[in-house]
Design a protein around this ligand. Structure first.
Ligand SMILES: Nc1ncnc2c1ncn2[C@@H]1O[C@H](COP(=O)(O)OP(=O)(O)OP(=O)(O)O)[C@@H](O)[C@H]1O
Ligand SMILES: [Mg+2]
Length: 609
């Protein structure tokens, strides 16, 4: 039963997050927003020449676009006597040339814009990732990684759309609106004014109306998806539904949803009907009105048929582009939102990560560690001291075990030792040097951690092991795998070391994953080894094997071993028992067992019984 309700829960969360591919927020176009958007120029700059040529082509294609109605009108222009002009063929030829030019310009405009956009966005994506991966753990704890990822990718997609399409649209529209209006005014100022009063407002209204309807139908889709989730959940969790005889409740839940879908659908239907009525009446009415006024001018002899023809086409051009401007404007607002969003990320400070070839003598670890009254609270919960008054001296090349109840702070100590979280100054020392004085990479290079929850990358076993030492030879990898007792199962796969482990290593058992992580640590050959529950998912037989391997591995280096099962830490030089973030006992296994009513003794008795 527990299982089915689990499915229900994960399903519910899963379907929610699918529906939440939200768009970046629209931002007012302010000076600050524009200056943030301008930061993007850094990534476009290397390709600015290409972009400039693209702009030139854009100009060319917009201008030739503008010439089109004029030439069409010329085709049917009559001379004073009322007959068609003599130059029809010549005009047709010019028209053909203009169309060819326009298509060539458009082709190169699109190709150049896309090229520049792709290259600059590749640069931006790289810069973002490079920055992201260097941010401290603290940052990732305050963000949901999946959300972050989808946010960044939707931001970048929006930038892409803006740089390839929106910007070009905007420039083209401005050219057509201004150029078109000028040309219209040359033909007839009176008619132009008449047109400007009725056509653009109708177009803008049509635009907003259309957008509103689209939003409505999106809402309907979302509601339908929600109702499908109910079906999916209840059918998958049918055991729970039946066991709790909740069929009636589910039926009424679904009924409510279907009713609200129908209501919303009908509302959207009403608007759709109104929209088509509006288009017929408003848009075609406005065009008819322009033609009507034009005919009156024609009657008065102010205009001929060709002029009127191109006038109407220009009017539709200008009106349509003014309508389109509203959409482009909204896109630009979203674009500014997206850049602000993205560049906010760049305000976060990176860890200072560099990968030195050789470790400077002064930072080479000799293996002593001392905690001097260490106190630590996670940045997310600054009021709760997870560790307090930790005083501990660890001699080089000894094995220290951390024991204690769940939540006592053992893993926290491991992450402090690696500076995944930063302890305060003067509280944690390697040899005689404050941990805060070490360059992070130099320190981490000398320490290996086999963490409590092991993460494998989706590639092969070989890739996962060599993560401990990129560039390791085949022999080195095999030796490490053997020492970790991993070769035993690797050999049983037909692909051997090249077996793919599946996303996050899901095609391996917990114990197999652990041994790969141990092999990774062996390959790194660290000065200090930290094992956080490294043998917890192993059965007793493999635990024995891995324990032997670990004992071998721990020789000649300082090791910190965290274990719940006390049998694995019996021969530690020093056992430290933690409780609620404080050290409550230290000593060897036998010393601690000898304590009357000691914490360690109690734990041990509990495990033996
Ligand atoms: N990233 C974090 N942010 C805030 N609090 C945390 C974080 N990680 C752990 N804690 C809290 O710190 C305390 C110590 O956690 P820690 O993981 O060190 O315990 P542990 O001794 O390793 O336990 P276990 O034996 O279950 O692994 C717990 O109360 C935990 O809730
Ligand atoms: Mg832990």
């Amino acid at each position: 039963m527990g299982n089915t309700s689990n499915i229900l829960q994960t399903k519910r969360i899963g379907s929610k997050s699918i529906g939440m591919t939200e768009e970046p927020p629209k931002k007012k176009i302010t000076r600050k927003g524009l200056s943030t958007a301008f930061k993007l120029y850094k990534y476009i700059k290397p390709y600015r020449k290409e972009y400039a040529i693209g702009l030139f082509f854009l100009l060319g294609s917009s201008l030739s676009n503008l010439a089109f109605p004029k030439l069409l009108g010329d085709l049917i222009k009559t001379d004073e006597s009322g007959t068609l002009g003599q130059n029809i063929n010549q005009t047709a030829l010019i028209l053909g040339v203009v169309l060819i030019l326009q298509s060539i310009f458009s082709y190169f405009r699109v190709v150049l814009f896309v090229n520049v956009t792709e290259k600059s966005l590749a640069g931006l994506r790289r810069a973002t990732y490079n920055h992201l991966i260097k941010l401290p753990i603290k940052f990732f704890e305050s963000k949901r990684v999946g959300e972050l990822n989808s946010r960044i990718s939707s931001d970048v997609t929006l930038l892409q759309e803006t740089m390839t399409t929106t910007l070009a649209e905007f420039i083209r529209q401005i050219i057509i609106i201004i150029g078109g209006t000028v040309l219209l005014a040359i033909t007839s100022v009176k008619l132009t004014l008449f047109m400007l009063v009725i056509l653009p407002p109708t177009m803008v209204m049509a635009r907003f109306f259309g957008r509103y309807i689209r939003r409505l139908s999106k809402d309907v889709q979302k509601k339908v998806a929600d109702s499908n989730t109910v079906i999916e959940e209840t059918l998958q969790g049918i055991q729970s539904v039946k066991a709790y005889t909740n069929e009636k409740i589910e039926i009424s839940r679904y009924k409510k949803l279907t009713e609200s879908i129908a209501a919303l659908g009908m509302k959207s239907g009403k608007y759709r009907g109104a929209f088509s009525a509006f288009i017929i009446l408003g848009l075609f009415g406005a065009i008819s009105a322009v033609v009507w006024q034009g005919s009156r001018l024609m009657l008065a002899g102010d205009l001929d048929a060709g002029d009127l023809f191109s006038f109407v086409i220009y009017s539709v051009f200008v009106g349509g582009n003014i309508g389109g401007l509203a959409g482009v404007f909204a896109n630009i607002q979203k674009f500014i939102g997206a850049t602000e969003d993205l560049f906010e990320l760049f305000d976060e400070n990176e860890e200072n990560i560099q990968t030195p070839k050789n470790i400077p003598e002064k930072y080479r670890l000799r293996g002593a560690i001392s905690f001097k009254n260490l106190k630590f609270a996670y940045p997310k919960r600054p009021n709760i001291d997870v560790l307090k008054n930790i005083k501990l001296n660890i001699q080089p090349n000894t094995m220290v075990a951390l024991a204690g109840t769940s939540g006592a702070g053992k893993s926290t100590i491991a992450s402090l030792l690696l500076m995944l979280h930063y302890p305060e100054k003067q509280q944690l020392f390697y040899d005689d040097t404050d941990i805060r004085d070490f360059p992070i990479s130099v320190l981490r290079k000398q320490i290996a951690l086999v963490p409590q929850d092991i993460f494998l990358f989706g590639g092969t076993i070989r890739e996962n092991i060599s993560y401990g030492k990129p560039g390791a030879t085949n022999d080195q990898i095999i030796i490490a795998a053997q020492k970790a007792n991993a070769m035993e199962f690797i050999d049983r796969f037909t692909e051997g070391l090249d077996t793919v482990v599946g996303e996050r290593g899901t095609q391996l058992s917990g114990g197999q994953r652990q041994r790969i992580a141990i092999a990774r640590a062996i390959l790194k050959n660290p000065r200090i080894l930290i094992l956080d529950e490294a043998t917890s998912s192993l059965d007793s037989a493999s635990e024995k094997l891995v324990q032997d391997a670990l004992n071998e591995l721990m020789k000649g280096r300082t090791s910190i071993v965290i274990a719940h099962r006390l049998s694995t830490i019996r021969n530690a030089d020093q056992i430290v028992v933690l409780e609620h973030g404080e050290i409550v006992e230290t000593g060897s296994h036998y010393e601690l067992l000898a304590k009357e009513d000691g914490k360690y003794k109690n734990l041990s008795d509990l495990q033996l019984s």
